[in-house]
Design a binder for this molecule. Structure first.
Ligand code: UGA
Length: 338
């Protein structure tokens, strides 16, 4: 099988490519603007080209024709960017990806597309169900929702192409996947990383850990290897079981408040071999979301996936508990950084 991965050097692209190369005989054709993660995966079945999906459109069209399945993973996916630069989110996440979706529809090429847990937004359901839960966002002046709304419309466009023009597709919805190489310490230094990497950077640099609005928000953190195991099954698509399906990929057992997450991470860090003798550890401080993100941010207080569909279709279940997921992530960042 030939797999086209756009954004092959990103967090998911890197881990997925690594798994494909070590456990299958598939070929990976990958494009990214950077190669800092992927360069360590040198392999004759990895065909990497440095490029930009908004510019190198001919290369992309040629490879959509040539490959068996297309995974467009390029997107801005950090909440700080949604409020600081919503138009870039629209141009890249929505417009550039729409172009790729249309090309897949033109050539009837299977697309495995990353939707997001964010599409459920502030849905009232206790557990989010792919085919039943309402998708709820806030008012337009809360610019955070541009990512959710962009992704939701792309989900609907793909669904419509599938139903009306026979585009073969699967949508997957990652729920707070974490692990080595999620964002980077450099991004975290600017304060614009996703929460787990942000907290690791604070712990490494002895900076305060900030709990936005007190940290009552809940997230279900999923370790990257569990996410990738599900994705490999979706790509294999035995008996076409994943065709026209939307599949949550998350770990409802790892549901925790951000406040408890902060204390747990500081505890794990303070017991780490390389840091157990440190003289001080980060303070944990509450901060108003308006100060941390700005006026146009709005938070999501509950985000727990139903994974019944993934269990049934993929015969898959997450296996890495929260403490192990955090230990593995903290350890990897410490080793990489130091
Ligand atoms: C994320 C991002 O939108 C995407 O990565 C993705 O689509 C999706 O959700 C996902 O990974 O499933 P969110 O979970 O809000 O959104 O992103 P984080 O930046 O990781 O924040 C999690 C929570 O921690 C938020 O409530 C935030 O306010 C809080 N937070 C974040 C803090 O309290 N302190 C910080 O320093 C950073």
């Amino acid at each position: 099988m030939k797999v086209l991965i756009l954004g092959v050097n990103g967090f998911i692209g890197y881990h997925l490519t690594k798994e494909i190369l070590s456990t299958t005989d598939w070929e990976v054709y990958g494009m990214d603007i950077d190669d800092n993660r992927i360069k360590e995966l040198e392999n004759s079945r990895l065909h990497f080209v440095e490029g930009d999906i908004e510019i190198n459109k001919e290369w992309i069209e040629y490879h959509i024709k040539k490959c068996d399945v297309v995974m467009p993973l390029v997107a801005i996916a950090t909440p700080k960017m949604y409020v600081e630069d919503p138009l870039s989110v629209f141009h890249l996440d929505f417009e550039a990806n729409l172009d790729i979706i249309k090309k897949c529809a033109k050539y009837k090429k299977r697309i495995v597309f990353p939707s997001t847990s964010e599409v459920y937004g502030i849905s009232p359901d206790a557990e989010f169900d792919e085919d039943k839960s309402p998708l709820c966002t806030g008012p337009i002046n809360k610019e955070r929702w541009i990512y959710s709304a962009s992704k939701q419309l792309l989900d609907r466009v793909i669904w419509a192409y599938g139903n009306h023009e026979n585009l073969p597709f699967t949508l997957f919805r990652p729920f707070n996947w974490v692990g080595p190489k999620l964002d980077s310490i450099e991004i975290a230094k600017e304060g614009s990383s996703r929460v787990v990497t942000q907290f690791i950077a604070s712990l490494l640099f002895k900076k305060p850990i900030y709990l936005v609005d007190g940290g009552k928000q809940m997230r279900s953190f999923t370790y990257i290897s569990d996410g990738i195991a599900a994705l490999i099954k979706i790509l294999k698509n035995e008996n076409n079981i994943c065709n026209k399906q939307i599949i949550n990929i998350g770990n409802p057992k790892n549901n925790i408040s951000i406040k408890d997450l902060a204390y747990l991470m500081r505890d794990i860090f303070s017991k780490h071999e390389k840091h157990k003798n440190d003289k001080e550890f980060s303070q944990i401080i509450e901060i108003d979301s308006k100060e941390f993100y700005g006026e146009s941010y709005q938070d999501i207080y509950n985000r727990k996936p139903s994974i019944e569909k993934a269990k049934k279709l993929l015969n898959w279940e997450p296996t890495v508990n929260l403490e192990d997921a955090l230990k593995l992530s903290i350890d990897a960042f410490i080793n990489e950084y130091e």
